[in-house]
Design a protein. Structure first.
Length: 564
């Protein structure tokens, strides 16, 4: 933040030089006249930032020799050995003196804010020692002062890790990550909901003022024994510290106990109120340091005495105005809180309405989808009904066809039953015929055997007849012609053909006897009724022919015997 102000003029405009003044949250640039004093510059800065509690602050700078000094208000700026950078004088607007009780003495909000920034920087830069627990609590108030109320919707993990909130000494003291420190700070930060920036900064200062090193300006000194010590200038008095311990003072002199303070070159003398008490003497390193120590002692002593007097009219007016301003801000804050609450309620109602709207839309969508599914189901059911009707018609047709088929099968079964009865009847007849044929066959076989025996007897008789015939023929030839040899006559007898009447009879007789005596007639007789009947007929014919042949043969043989 940078402010550019017109050059400061008293009565006449003359030559000027640039000046840069830095507060802890802003940077101011001015053009000062060469005759401007430190008070002119200080009042210009205070008017610019709106500060009325000016007695706590001063302009700090680094002189030409590198020492830290405070700008003297009654001397010209150009006459104070200010180190210039690029022809520009640089100053720091800082708190030079500290109040004893911040809640009671600090009136303006800008004063609180400047003290908050300076104390916070001193703690983070480890110029003021702060325990780890107090550091975390102070960091939570600093976050509340910067970001406002904790909001879970806008808060993102890692948001506080980028902020400079804890001293490096505290971070190094424990083996904890930045995320773990952030979580601890976030827990405290969430508890500060509803706290304004000035309230959070005031709570920060209330905790910080109880620190041992708060508001103490340290200077290295030597006692009479040349022991290194620390001199601490505070708002309530002077403290003497050992070199290794800046927390617990070894000796303390309150401003009410000190009667006179003076220095002679490097020697600094403190006289107490008690007459019999000896003076406290110490030695500083530089005379310039003694001047600074004396200036701080005088300013702190004046404020110490001022606090114990009734407030001036100006301070009463400031406190009254600050009180009215706080009340007005409180009313405004309450109204804003109420409006915020109403807005939050309205947002919750709107969110609920939106949620209900979403629910209704979802219900409508589900209803439409259910309706669409119902329509699809209705169409599907109609289609299924149509298909069912078609299937019913088809099934009825199939049922009628099945009934017809059942009737046909029943008729077929009845026919099969009739055929079965007929078949059984025919089977019984065939069995009876077969039994009769078997019986007839056995009878015929017996007859055939008998005829075979008769045939053998007939052949034996025929043989005898042939022998007799040959004998007769031989005798006839012997008497009628020259007698041939017996061998020739026999050959001629067998080679000569039989008479036309006898040959067929003998051939037929041999065939009939062979067929009648064949064993295949009894072994391979078929069971078929028609074949048996045909064979019976054939056997009957053969038997008749055989009888005729036998009769003819017997007649022929008898005739031949009678002729012979």
């Amino acid at each position: 933040m940078q402010y550019k102000m017109p050059p400061f003029r008293r009565k006449k405009s003359g030559k000027s030089f640039p000046v840069k003044v830095c507060t802890l949250d802003a940077e101011l640039e001015f053009n000062l006249e060469l005759r401007a004093t430190g008070r002119d510059l200080f009042e210009l800065v205070c008017r610019t930032i709106g500060l009325r509690e000016t007695w706590y602050f001063g302009l700090q700078f680094e002189d030409s020799k590198g020492f830290i000094s405070w700008l003297k208000l009654d001397k010209k700026v150009q006459d104070q050995s200010i180190q210039k950078s690029h022809q520009t004088a640089s100053f720091m607007f800082l708190a030079k003196f500290y109040p004893e009780e911040v809640a009671e003495e600090l009136v303006q909000e800008v004063t609180q804010h400047l003290f908050f920034l300076q104390v916070k920087q001193a703690i983070l830069s480890m110029d003021v020692y702060c325990p780890p627990e107090a550091s975390v609590l102070l960091a939570s108030y600093a976050v509340q002062a910067k970001f406002g109320d904790f909001d879970e919707d806008t808060y993102k993990p890692g948001m506080l890790a980028s902020e400079d909130l804890l001293p490096q000494r505290v971070i190094d003291q424990y083996q904890m990550t930045l995320e773990m420190w952030e979580e601890r700070i976030r827990v405290w930060y969430a508890d500060h909901r509803g706290m304004s920036r000035d309230e959070a900064e005031m709570e920060y200062l209330k905790i910080a003022q109880d620190l041992d090193m708060y508001g103490v300006n340290y200077f290295p000194i030597l006692n009479k024994k040349e022991t290194d010590l620390w001199l601490g200038v505070t708002s309530v008095g002077l403290n003497i510290y050992e070199k290794e311990n800046k927390l617990q003072p070894k000796t303390t002199f309150t401003w009410s106990e000190i009667r006179h303070i003076s220095f002679d070159d490097k020697k600094f003398i403190i006289k107490t109120v008690e007459k019999n008490a000896s003076n406290f003497v110490f030695f500083s390193q530089k005379v310039r340091m003694n001047k600074l120590i004396l200036d701080l002692c005088m300013g702190n002593h004046d404020l110490f005495m001022r606090r114990r007097k009734p407030d001036s009219m100006e301070l009463q007016q400031m406190k009254a105005a600050a009180k009215e301003e706080k009340q007005r801000r409180q009313v405004q804050r309450n109204r804003l809180a109420r409006e915020k609450q109403l807005r939050e309620e309205a947002e919750r109602d709107r969110a609920n309405m939106e949620q209900r709207l979403i629910q209704y839309q979802e219900e409508i969508r589900l209803a439409n989808e259910a309706l669409r599914r119902s329509e699809e189901s209705a169409d599907l059911l109609a289609e299924k009904s149509r298909v069912a009707e078609e299937e019913a018609i088809l099934l009825s047709q199939k049922a009628s066809e099945a009934e017809q088929e059942i009737k046909r099968l029943r008729l077929t079964a009845m026919r099969k039953d009739e055929e079965k009865v007929t078949l059984e009847r025919k089977t019984r007849e065939a069995e009876m015929l077969t039994a009769r044929l078997v019986e007839e066959s056995e009878r015929r076989a017996a007859e055939a055997n008998r005829l075979k025996d008769e045939l053998l007897k007939a052949r034996a008789a025929e043989k005898q007849a042939k022998e007799k015939l040959l004998d007769f023929l031989s005798r006839s030839t012997y008497h009628g012609s020259s007698a041939p040899s017996p061998i020739s006559s026999h050959s001629t007898l067998y080679s000569a053909p039989l008479s036309p009447t006898l040959a067929p009879e003998l051939s037929l007789l041999d065939m009939e006897v062979h067929r009648s005596t064949s064993p295949e007639l009894n072994m391979n007789m078929p069971m078929n009724m028609n074949m048996n009947m045909n064979m019976n007929i054939e056997h009957e014919h053969d038997f008749v022919r055989f009888n005729h042949a036998w009769r003819r043969r017997s007649t022929f043989t008898g005739n031949r015997e009678r002729k012979g």
